[in-house]
Design a protein around this ligand. Structure first.
Ligand SMILES: Nc1ncnc2c1ncn2[C@@H]1O[C@H](COP(=O)(O)OP(=O)(O)OP(=O)(O)O)[C@@H](O)[C@H]1O
Ligand SMILES: [Mg+2]
Length: 463
């Protein structure tokens, strides 16, 4: 396979490089959702450095250990190293660090949670090696694993003593929206937002779409077709990550179908309240689900008025379009399903577009508005898509987001209504600004001349 291009990860690489040149022993914990690009990032970082990359697997612990020892021997250029008998991983690590003495070496243990699953004491053994020797060495030890497995085993979780020894950690997140352009250089801004709505910023998924084909063809061929990677990925992902996938499944299905309140999710799933709350918590930590409260809510209100939604766009799409249509899709009717879903997909994209604009890095880049709080607001049937508050300067930006093509008159009407709704929030003596973002706004320039903030995808293209 030809070497594919590597997109972004500038902040992550800068973080790793900085630690690399710290001059101290490092114990870093790198984690993140499956397929987010952890392994690729670490390989990219290590490739021009002296390093050992070890990928733990579901093999027995002793086999893993032998493999690690072999990799170390190879990196040391010492054939005899792999013949040494070590009692356990602590002795192996200590001996390795002595051998590399004086040189900065990166030691990566990928899929680290597999080791712990096989052999729990590995945690205290590594801790021991760290305390005795590694912490005084020149080693940069990187432990990497996916979020859930790490959290579930508590390996890299807060309670683990090893976690307490870490010198740093980084959660690898989705690629930023702007980097999608590098995957699809010829797509319009509208197409990019749509791709984002189906796949999110997950590199393993983005590379499955063919940039030479249209958005619709990609969806039909690469998601809605039996046998395609993305057709089954959601199921595989959940099964790999969590112990009781059926329950997570039921919850995600309920939320994707628009059940946003806790009580609604409990009813739809028929699961016990405490279980739903536990699972939602895990899904939130994974960044798959988010719980929103009105941006102006007090702490007390916030406890009661939460609304859940799926933040992981791929999962949201999958649970909305693949899962409920399984029988058609199994019969090869992806094209028909997609034709039928057009109207609904527009609605779905409304929520995607809103969520995208609410992302601090996107919001800031587009508006330059400094905020201390950002979120949605709702009260008694009234709703504002996005409210950004700057509590220090007492100013607020109200935003209406429409995945629609608007005429000048419509746009005007929306802005006036936004102004009316904004009055309901109070904030009387604050400086108020109003912003409309839509797919397309006719007469954008005229509205701007009248002092309104109006944006459409044409402005995205220019960025
Ligand atoms: N920054 C990037 N630019 C382009 N492609 C990337 C990038 N990061 C990852 N990829 C590609 O995405 C795929 C998944 O990445 P990778 O295997 O690193 O994910 P991971 O987080 O290690 O996943 P898992 O938890 O399943 O091991 C790979 O094919 C990789 O080449
Ligand atoms: Mg990996």
């Amino acid at each position: 396979m030809s070497r594919q291009k590597f997109v972004d990860r500038e902040r992550e690489l800068a973080f790793l490089e900085e630690r690399y040149s710290s001059g101290d022993a490092e114990l870093l914990i790198i984690y993140g959702r499956r397929r987010i690009g952890k392994t690729e990032l670490l390989l990219r970082f290590a490739r021009d450095k002296e390093h050992v990359y070890f990928l733990a697997s579901e093999k027995p612990y002793r086999d893993n250990l032998r493999e690690l020892q072999r990799m170390m021997g190879k990196s040391l250029g010492d054939k005899l190293f792999s013949r040494i008998e070590f009692g356990d991983i602590d002795e192996l690590l200590i001996e390795f660090s002595k051998r590399v003495n004086g040189r900065r070496v990166v030691l990566i243990i990928d899929e680290f949670p597999y080791l712990i699953e096989r052999y729990k004491p590995v945690l205290s053994l590594i801790q021991r090696a760290w305390d005795m020797e590694l912490s005084k060495s020149d080693l940069m030890l990187i432990l990497c694993g996916s979020s859930v497995s790490s959290m579930e085993t508590e390996a890299l979780g807060y309670k683990s003593p090893l976690y307490g020894r870490r010198t740093g950690q980084w959660r690898v997140d989705e690629l930023p929206f702007w980097s999608l352009r590098e995957f699809f250089p010829d797509y319009s801004a509208e197409d990019l937002v749509k791709v984002y709505g189906v796949l999110g910023g997950i590199p393993a998924y983005l590379i499955r779409f063919d940039p030479e084909k249209s958005f619709d063809e990609n969806v039909i061929e690469r998601v809605l077709s039996k046998g395609a990677f993305l057709y089954e990925e959601a199921e595989i992902l959940l099964k790999e990550e969590v112990r009781e996938p059926a329950n997570y499944f039921a919850i995600l299905q309920a939320v994707a179908g628009g059940r946003s309140r806790f009580g609604e999710i409990v009813n739809a799933t028929g699961l016990d309240k405490s279980l739903v709350s536990k699972y939602l918590n895990v899904l939130e930590k994974l960044g798959m689900v988010e719980r929103e409260v009105p941006v102006t809510a007090s702490r007390k209100e916030a406890l009661k008025r939460g609304r859940y939604s799926i933040t992981d766009n791929y999962l949201a799409f999958w649970f909305r379009y693949v899962f409920p249509n399984r029988s058609y899709l199994e019969a090869g009717m992806g094209r028909e399903v997609w034709e039928r879903s057009r109207g609904d997909f527009n609605e779905y994209m409304g929520a995607v577009f809103e969520r995208l604009l609410r992302k601090p890095e996107v919001f800031t880049r587009l508006t330059g508005f400094g905020f201390t709080k950002i979120g949605r607001w709702w009260h008694k049937g009234e709703e504002i898509d996005l409210v950004a508050l700057n509590e220090n300067e007492r100013k607020v930006l109200f935003v209406e987001v429409k995945w629609k093509e608007l005429r000048e008159r419509e746009a005007m009407g929306i802005l006036k209504d936004l102004k009316r709704k904004a009055e309901l929030i109070g904030l009387d003596d604050w400086g108020k600004h109003y912003w409309l973002v839509a797919k397309k706004v006719e007469g954008k320039e005229t509205l701007r001349k009248e002092g309104w903030l109006v944006w459409d995808l044409g402005d995205f293209e220019a960025l």
